[in-house]
Ligand binder design. Structure first.
Ligand code: A3P
Length: 318
């Protein structure tokens, strides 16, 4: 062995293993080798990491789910951040490079500490990064009809003045695209709804006992029932959500009720737009048919209930 200085040996190493250039943070308070290299200010006795992650997908009701879960007296979440739509988007995102201290700084101790970033679900790096740091965390996934999710996503980017989305009059035109920016937009609308494709990556790391599935349609329609079940799955003390959630006729969605005051999500969540046409619904059901059939198989294998939307979308594409 020849001695070289650390910089040139690192240079050599990363030339040989370029895929390892991004660090993978593990819990330094578990691994004694890591503890010894921590800065003195880093204190393992007040080191808080989430033990529940709501990973998405986007446009399935994750914001409302996070808001409602934080009503539970034993659950706490991260401090809000200004950028990235108030989500931390740490795993698989640009903030990962800010390091562990950036992340843990956002949490305070509680029996259940959760984080919601809907970008994690379909991010290729997120499962391994989450597992390396918080291997015992429960992973919450919302399963919402992917056809409605794709339509909601299309409305979302239109509302954000995406020029490609604004260039078409209906989403049908996006589905017909076979090249150029419209094809890219088509894949952005569709890809997040390919649930099994993304789930497989999570199940590579996490046992199914740590995965918690929420039926997104039922959540939208009857959130008190879904929340009562969710907190049981998360092993939180019982807390009756019928007392803290109310349907708001003006919003058209359920809202939280604290100290007699209704608190609904902002206008970007629960938008008002034309309902999906029957022809678009048929096209989207056909696109998602193979993924939905695979999802049905996984749920059956795990002895989990089948959402109503899944049964009817498969029935309608027979
Ligand atoms: P739309 O705005 O298209 O209706 P996310 O928070 O994951 O981005 O999901 C946004 C979607 O959550 C909304 O999409 C809406 O349909 C759904 N949702 C479910 N429950 C809601 C609630 N109580 N308030 C607002 N939106 C809710």
């Amino acid at each position: 062995l020849r001695w070289t200085d650390p910089i040139s040996s690192a240079d050599r190493y990363f030339k040989m293993f370029p895929q390892e250039k991004t660090p993978i943070w593990s819990n330094p308070c578990i691994d004694a080798r890591h503890r010894t290299i921590l800065p003195p200010a880093f204190n393992c006795s007040n080191f808080t990491l989430p033990n529940v992650l709501i990973v998405g997908p986007q446009k399935t009701g994750t914001t409302a789910l996070g808001q409602f879960l934080s009503l539970h007296p034993n659950a706490s979440t991260n401090l809000p951040v200004n950028d990235s739509f108030e989500e931390l988007q740490f795993f698989g995102g640009k903030h990962y490079e800010n390091g562990l201290e950036w992340y843990i700084d956002k949490f305070s101790p509680s029996s259940t500490v959760f984080e919601k970033s809907a970008t994690y679900f379909d991010n290729t790096e997120a499962p391994i990064q989450v597992f390396t740091l918080i291997p015992n965390a429960k992973i919450v996934v919302v399963l919402y009809d992917p056809a409605l999710r794709a339509y909601s996503w299309f409305q979302h980017i239109k509302a954000h003045n995406d020029s490609v989305a604004l260039s078409v009059s209906t989403m049908d035109e996006v589905l017909e695209a076979d090249d150029g920016p419209l094809k890219k937009l088509r894949s952005r609308c569709i890809s997040g709804g390919r649930y099994v494709y993304h789930l497989d990556r999570w199940l590579e790391y996490f046992p199914s006992s740590q995965m918690v599935f929420v039926d997104g349609e039922m959540f939208k329609e009857r959130p008190p029932i879904v929340m009562n079940k969710l907190i049981a799955d998360l092993e939180l003390p019982s807390f009756d959500y019928h007392n803290v959630l109310r349907f708001s006729p003006s919003k058209g969605f359920w809202c939280s009720l604290t100290k007699g005051k209704m608190n609904c999500l902002g206008k970007g969540k629960g938008r008002h737009y034309e309902p999906m046409s029957e022809t678009l619904r048929t096209k989207l059901n056909k696109i998602f048919q193979p993924d939905n059939a695979a999802l049905q198989k996984i749920l059956q294998k795990l002895h989990l209930p089948m959402p109503k939307w899944l049964r009817s979308s498969l029935y309608n594409t027979k």
